[in-house]
Design a protein around this ligand. Structure first.
Ligand SMILES: N[C@@H](CCC(=O)N[C@@H](CS)C(=O)NCC(=O)O)C(=O)O
Length: 203
């Protein structure tokens, strides 16, 4: 399998998932601004919208959308327990969090803040919304280590990656000690360290 990724982007969630599951993955780095892969391919020929992540199976089929990709990978490594069995309520809870992270945090909260042309007024509104959503996640994690149940899931991988963007955006995560300690806890996992290293994000 190949994973098209960009360092520190949401594609890090499937990268972590694959490493947690012991799956073998070939990484292909994409320069997002130029939409070109490390092999010089025009990335839009591979992924028409130019988004990472994109997973390419050995038979050539592709799967996009972060939430779908992490679920597919977790199902390839069931022993790692990153996604409860199909039909279980716990699986729907994990999907609830994946959807919340993808829409409310990633696209609705963080993405606009990466836009250098965002007006000051829009930035203030987006930050207010993001703070409310982070408050909600922090309250949920107040008395638990993971988003769902008592073990690491694909939702934790995705949340970890999005919270990491506070560093790029110079937002102070220490305002949410629960979230700051979540990030530390997840960052300490060997598979997460390996993913950060492979993406060139560790010193
Ligand atoms: N709906 C997509 C969005 C993925 C996405 O926004 N990826 C970002 C990186 S985190 C990207 O590829 N941005 C490049 C661009 O917007 O051109 C998903 O959930 O996978």
């Amino acid at each position: 399998m190949k994973l098209y990724y960009a360092p520190g982007a949401c594609s890090q969630a499937p990268h972590i998932t694959a490493l947690e599951g012991g799956l073998s993955l070939q990484l292909v780095r994409v320069t997002l601004g130029k939409s070109v892969t490390e092999h010089g391919e025009n990335y839009k020929d591979i992924s028409p919208l130019g988004f990472v992540p994109l997973l390419q199976l050995d038979d050539g089929r592709t799967l996009g959308e972060c939430s779908a990709v992490v679920q597919y990978l977790a199902d390839q490594a069931p022993a790692a327990g990153m996604l409860a069995p199909a039909g279980s309520f716990e699986r729907y809870k994990t999907q609830e969090w994946l959807s919340f992270i993808a829409t409310e945090l990633h696209k609705g909260g963080f993405s606009p803040l990466f836009n250098p042309n965002l007006s000051a007024e829009a930035r203030t509104g987006t930050l207010k919304t993001l703070h409310n959503r982070l408050d909600y996640v922090a309250r949920h994690l107040q008395d638990r280590d993971y988003l769902v149940g008592d073990r690491f899931s694909v939702a934790d991988a995705y949340l970890f990656v999005t919270l990491g963007w506070t560093g790029y955006l110079k937002l102070d995560l220490s305002a949410w000690p629960t979230l700051a300690s979540f990030v530390q806890r997840i960052a300490a996992r060997p598979a997460v360290q390996a993913a950060l290293k492979a993406e060139g994000l560790l010193g």
